[in-house]
Design a protein around this ligand. Structure first.
Ligand SMILES: [Zn+2]
Length: 487
């Protein structure tokens, strides 16, 4: 009888739902349309594509800012920027996630998870408060840089970053050293596509993109001096765009390989089949789609990101066409692992009902759909347009966007005459401004936007004069000459 009881106990224990571990990978500066599963040609991201096939892919996931710390703060808190309080990349204003705003990591730690984070650049560091809730936080102190905050509060990311291969090594080492039987929450952040500074080596470029030596030499020039590249290249902007996009694609491909190493390491462990995986871009990249090369403003190529979930408790092979928001991810993760939800005051909602509706093969119930998507850019400074000198009208403004159904408003607070309205269904590239032809819709969306009380105090940001900008913002608007590595 005792043996029988022991056997029954063992069976029931093995059947009991074990709390899954969770791995969140954020892909900095990654546009959805550069991912194979989102339609990019030539199979650039086979690892993420396979993960999407095994799980759930969100075809229209929207970031809440095209600025790294702000977007990550929304992802971790389930809140829009005006709710969580981290609003800028500016080094000395509205840049800290306040203590007291509960994050996904804090919630999971309270639920008994071990928490650890390995980030690849200064904008994801403890300086911005993104370490809240992590027992282990591998910070920027080891990065090859000094003085990441420059004159006037300008934040330089230049050399305050490291390659995804190094971050993967560190995350795998941490996993390998774990002896705890508790579930873990691991956040890994990859940064390579943010700028051309972390170009993969020539062997990789030749193998994956078939580049010849001449092309690789040009990409090396771009990587060494991004802001001077257009001038050095004779100002042929079509050519410049081709090379900038080539470098970008190479870095997206490289990160996918590192993601593959990370996933292999996770799956090779004893609990490898009980890990919930979430992969999300934090924002996209301009790549000259709207005369803007970097990120920070609110067009879709800068806000629409890849988002994939896979693991225990989730169906496989599901594509969700409905628009969702990065701030829905934390409530979704907590729901999937059956942890306590975040405070009811958060804006994000669990996407599990939407996933189940789509998995059942029918249109979602109205209550399964998340609400309108908000994003803002309240301290643009002069980021994002190193090859374009005439963007001060945008760069000195505060921008707010609001998507309801197919319509998208981009509201320019300081120069409302520049505001825009787009129909994302008929005009996904945001080329035809409907503001004057559909004033009723414009007013309706603006009223809804302003009801969320998104406006921040306007303070004249200290912007360097142009000659200073030329000297300082060398790497896609971010790199200071002070950040040059010392021999
Ligand atoms: Zn970012």
């Amino acid at each position: 009888v005792l043996v029988l009881v022991a056997v029954l106990l063992a069976v029931s224990c093995s059947r009991a739902p074990r709390t899954p571990s969770i791995v969140l990978v954020t892909l900095d500066t990654t546009r959805a349309d550069y991912i194979g599963a989102y339609g990019a040609p030539d199979d650039p991201t086979p690892v993420l594509d396979r993960l999407a096939q095994a799980g759930v892919l969100f075809e229209a996931a929207q970031a809440q800012a095209a600025v790294t710390p702000v977007s990550h703060a929304s992802l971790f808190t389930g809140m829009n920027p005006q709710q969580h309080g981290l609003r800028t990349l500016h080094g000395d204003r509205d840049q800290q996630l306040p203590r007291g705003v509960v994050t996904l990591a804090e919630q999971l730690r309270d639920e008994g998870y071990d928490t650890a984070a390995f980030v690849s650049s200064f904008p994801c560091s403890s300086y911005f408060g993104l370490d809240h809730g992590f027992d282990v936080f591998d910070d920027h102190s080891g990065f090859p840089t000094r003085g990441a905050i420059g004159a006037g509060g300008l934040v330089y990311t230049g050399f305050a970053q490291r390659a995804s291969s190094t971050t993967t090594d560190l995350a795998l080492r941490w996993l390998g050293s774990r002896s705890s039987s508790r579930p873990y929450f691991l956040w890994v952040h990859y940064f390579d596509p943010h700028d051309p500074l972390l170009l993969p080596d020539e062997d990789f470029l030749r193998r994956t993109l078939g580049l010849d030596s001449e092309t690789m030499a040009v990409l090396r020039d771009l990587s060494r001096n991004p802001a001077g590249f257009a001038e050095a290249h004779g100002g042929n902007m079509e050519d410049v765009e081709r090379y900038v996009r080539l470098a970008y694609e190479a870095e997206v491909r490289y990160v996918d390989v590192q993601l593959g190493r990370l996933l292999s390491g996770i799956r090779g462990r004893a609990d490898g089949d009980r890990v919930l995986l979430a992969v999300a871009g934090d924002h996209g990249e301009g790549l000259n789609d709207h005369d803007w090369w970097g990120h920070g403003i609110l067009y879709q190529e800068q806000l629409q990101v890849p988002l994939v979930l896979a693991g225990p408790g989730l169906p496989g092979g599901i594509r969700v066409p409905d628009r969702v928001r990065l701030l829905d991810l934390a409530p979704t993760i907590l729901d999937v692992v059956r942890a306590r939800p975040l405070d009811r005051a958060v804006t994000g909602v669990s996407l599990v009902p939407l996933i189940l509706d789509r998995a059942a093969g029918h249109d979602p119930e109205p209550e399964s759909l998340p609400g309108p998507a908000y994003a803002d850019a309240v301290a643009l400074m002069r980021y994002g347009a190193p090859f374009v000198p005439n963007h001060n009208a945008v760069k000195n403004d505060q921008l707010y966007s609001w998507i309801e159904g197919d319509l998208k408003l981009i509201y320019h607070r300081l120069a409302p005459e520049n505001s825009q309205l787009y129909d994302l269904r008929s005009d996904p590239g945001e080329r035809v401004n409907l503001r004057s032809t559909r004033p009723d819709a414009y007013d309706r969306l603006l009223t809804s936007l302003l009801a969320t009380r998104p406006l921040t105090d306007y303070v004249e940001m200290p912007v360097p004069v142009d000659s200073e900008v030329a000297d300082r913002l060398r790497a896609l608007g971010y790199l200071s000459s002070e950040d040059e590595p010392r021999p």
